[in-house]
Design a protein around this ligand. Structure first.
Ligand SMILES: NC(=O)c1ccc[n+]([C@@H]2O[C@H](COP(=O)([O-])OP(=O)(O)OC[C@H]3O[C@@H](n4cnc5c(N)ncnc54)[C@H](O)[C@@H]3O)[C@@H](O)[C@H]2O)c1
Length: 261
C-alpha cells in the first residue's frame, strides 16, 4: 500500500477551484492531506471539494475573497472552528491583467495589487496563528510567476505584484524558520489554465507569435506550455518532509524558458 506522506495535515489552497490551484490540491490530497479549497467562487470551491471527495480524498470548500480583510478573517475563524490548525498554506489565488504603464489607471493598479500581492500577505497574516498551532512540517508555498523575476510588455501591475511575492517569500522565510515553518515560492512559466483564455475566447498561448517564439524557436526549451500538473509536483515537494531544510527559495517551473534569452 502506498504511504500517505501528508496524512491528516490540513492544507489550504487559495484559488483551488480550478487551474493550478486545483492541480496542487489534488496532488496534496493524493498524499493524504485534508484539502480546504478556498476560493472566491463559492460554487467552484464546493464543486472542487466534491470532485476530490468523489476520488476518495478528504476535502472541504470554504469560500474566501483574499482581497477583503473581513472575508479573510471570517475564513480563518471558520477554519479555526472546524480544524483548529493549518499545516500547509498555498497562496495561489490571483487574477490576470494586461496593463502597461501608458494609460494605466491607479484604480486598476491598486485592484490587481490588492488581490495578487496583498491577498497572499493578508492570508498569511490571518493564518499564521493556525499555522503555528499545527503539527510537524508546516509549510507556506506562494505561487508567484516567471513574471515575478522577468517581465514583458503590458504587465506592470501583474509583474510588480509577483515580484513582491518573490521577496515576501524570502522575508517570511527569515521570520518563521525558527518556528519550523518553511516558506518557498514557485514561479510557473506558461500554464494551460482558464487564466490563459483571453476575453475573446482564444488561448493566450495558442497564437502564431507564441508558437513561433516559444515553440518553434525554442524560447521554451521543452517546446510546449505547461499543464497544471507540471506545477503540482514541485508544489508537493515544497510541502513534503523531504523539503524540511529548504526555505526562502524561488523555483522557476517554466520548461527552461528563463534559461534562454
Ligand atoms: N496560467 C499561467 O500561465 C500562470 C503562469 C504563472 C503564474 N500563474 C499563477 O498561478 C496561480 C494560479 O493561476 P491559474 O492560471 O490557475 O488561474 P485561474 O484563473 O485558472 O484560477 C485562479 C483561481 O483563483 C480564484 N480567485 C481569483 N480571485 C480570487 C480572490 N479574490 N479570492 C479568492 N480566490 C480568487 C479564482 O476564482 C480561480 O479559481 C496564480 O497566482 C497565477 O498568477 C499562472
Amino acid at each position: 500500500m502506498t504511504e500517505l506522506r501528508l496524512k491528516d495535515r490540513v492544507a489550504v489552497v487559495t484559488g483551488g477551484a480550478q487551474g493550478i490551484g486545483f492541480a496542487i490540491a489534488e496532488r496534496l490530497a493524493r498524499e493524504g492531506a485534508l484539502l480546504i479549497i478556498a476560493d472566491v467562487n463559492a460554487k467552484g470551491a464546493k464543486d472542487a471539494a466534491e470532485r476530490l471527495k468523489a476520488a476518495g480524498y478528504a476535502a472541504e470548500g470554504i469560500p474566501v475573497d483574499i482581497s477583503s480583510d473581513a472575508s479573510v478573517a471570517a475564513f480563518a475563524r471558520a477554519l479555526d472552528a472546524r480544524h483548529g490548525r493549518c499545516e500547509i498554506l498555498v497562496n495561489n489565488a490571483a487574477i490576470s491583467d494586461g496593463n502597461g504603464i501608458k494609460g494605466m489607471s491607479m484604480e486598476r493598479y491598486a485592484h490587481v495589487i490588492n488581490i495578487n500581492q496583498h491577498g497572499a500577505v493578508r492570508m498569511s497574516v490571518a493564518m499564521i496563528d493556525l499555522i503555528l498551532k499545527a503539527g510537524p512540517a508546516r509549510r507556506i508555498v506562494n505561487i508567484a510567476s516567471i513574471m515575478g523575476v522577468r517581465s514583458w510588455p503590458d504587465s506592470v501591475p501583474y509583474s510588480t505584484a509577483k515580484g513582491a511575492i518573490v521577496n515576501f517569500t524570502r522575508a517570511m522565510a527569515c521570520d518563521l524558520a525558527t518556528d519550523g515553518v518553511t516558506v518557498n515560492a514557485l514561479c510557473p512559466g506558461f500554464v494551460n489554465t482558464p487564466m490563459s483564455i483571453l476575453p475573446d475566447g482564444s488561448h493566450e498561448y495558442d497564437s502564431d507569435w507564441f508558437r513561433d517564439i516559444y515553440v518553434k524557436y525554442g524560447r521554451i526549451p521543452f517546446r510546449r506550455w505547461a499543464e497544471p500538473e507540471d506545477i503540482a509536483g514541485p508544489a508537493y515537494f515544497f510541502c513534503s518532509d523531504d523539503a524540511r531544510y529548504v526555505t526562502g527559495q524561488v523555483l522557476l517551473v517554466d520548461g527552461g524558458a528563463s534559461a534562454t534569452f
